[in-house]
Write a protein that binds this ligand. Structure first.
Ligand code: GAR
Length: 194
């Protein structure tokens, strides 16, 4: 459990690999008075991640790591998280799998958002698979990260109905809108104010 001390906000890092629309949404949330977090660091494995632009826009420190050598990059990330006094990590479209060792060091303090109703459709191409399987519902899940992919304790889920003409891209758009509501709620839920 992550605890916030008094009115001080929890120092948070957001990890991204692409567009970063969840990152933008979390930044906006963090700027609200009611938010228990502040975002102090944006981490990416991808120099070309579009979402990195939000670092400049909102004056947040950003760090990009070459993930070719995972062990080395994770060592560097851990060092930077420590020097920035980061207490919570939010994965938001971060498409790399963190090592067991990394996760152990931040046990119970890494959240992820996944675009399916976990435990269904772990991993990639969730929307495509849900449509192919003729699911009536899909959705999104915020969960704690443990050493097994998309398998940690579920904090919150939102169910979304598929239409008859659903495509992976229409479903992605539909679910993203709910992600923007769910992620801040899940963050507020796990953080205990003393
Ligand atoms: C989001 O839909 C998120 O749930 C998903 O990637 C998208 C990132 O969008 N995450 C995963 O698939 C993680 N396995 P964004 O970059 O616009 O926030």
């Amino acid at each position: 459990m992550v605890k916030s001390i008094g009115p001080k906000k929890i120092r948070t890092a957001v990890f991204i690999s692409g567009t970063g629309s969840n990152l933008k949404n979390l930044i906006k949330f963090s700027l609200k008075k009611v938010s228990p977090i502040e975002i102090n660091l944006i981490v990416s494995n991808n120099l070309k991640a579009k979402g990195l632009k939000f670092a400049k826009m909102y004056k947040i420190k950003k760090k990009v790591y070459n993930y070719d050598k995972k062990k080395d990059s994770e060592k560097k990330i851990l060092k930077d998280l420590k020097s920035n006094d980061i207490k919570l990590i939010c994965l938001a479209g971060f498409m790399k799998i963190l090592s067991k060792d990394f996760i152990r060091r931040f046990k119970g303090k890494i959240l992820n958002i996944h675009p399916s109703l976990l435990p269904k459709y772990k991993g990639l191409n969730t929307h495509h698979r849900a449509i192919q399987n003729k699911e009536k519902y899909s959705g999104c899940t915020v969960h704690l990260v443990n050493s097994k992919l998309d398998s940690g304790k579920i904090i919150l889920q939102k169910k979304v109905k598929l239409s008859k003409k659903e495509t992976p891209s229409s479903l992605q758009k539909k679910i993203l809108k709910h992600e923007y509501i769910l992620y801040p709620r899940a963050i507020s839920k796990i953080l205990v104010n003393l």
